[in-house]
Design a protein around this ligand. Structure first.
Ligand code: FES
Length: 108
């Protein structure tokens, strides 16, 4: 299967565009490629919020909204929680997200 592109905008403003296979979470891709600020401490089970990102507005509809469990975990980072917040361990890379852009959120 062809690799898809994901761009992470780090807190220092540096953008990292990574090619990855579909089916992986954006947290796993970020961690494997040393994206600064994405820790993924819980391994992707939606309990740590150390994979918090802001989805760029033009991608929000395609990425979709957080479900109830993810929203309650995001509430732990309430100061940084915005309307376009997602936990990137809950976003699976798929063809329609080729080129997706997310910004790393500041940690508490
Ligand atoms: S890796 Fe822990 S909530 Fe995403």
């Amino acid at each position: 299967m062809a690799a898809l592109k994901v761009t992470y905008i780090q807190l220092d403003g540096i953008e990292k565009t990574i090619e990855a296979e579909p089916g992986q979470s954006l947290m796993t891709i970020a961690r494997d490629n040393m994206v600064a600020g994405i820790l993924g401490d819980c391994g992707g089970c939606c309990s740590c919020a150390t994979c918090h990102v802001y989805v760029e507005p033009e991608w929000l509809e395609r990425v979709g909204a957080a479900d109830e469990v993810e929203s309650s975990t995001l509430d732990m980072v309430s100061d940084a929680h915005r309307g376009n917040s997602r936990l990137c361990c809950q976003i699976t890379l798929r063809a329609e997200l080729d080129g997706v852009r997310v910004a790393v959120a500041p940690s508490e």
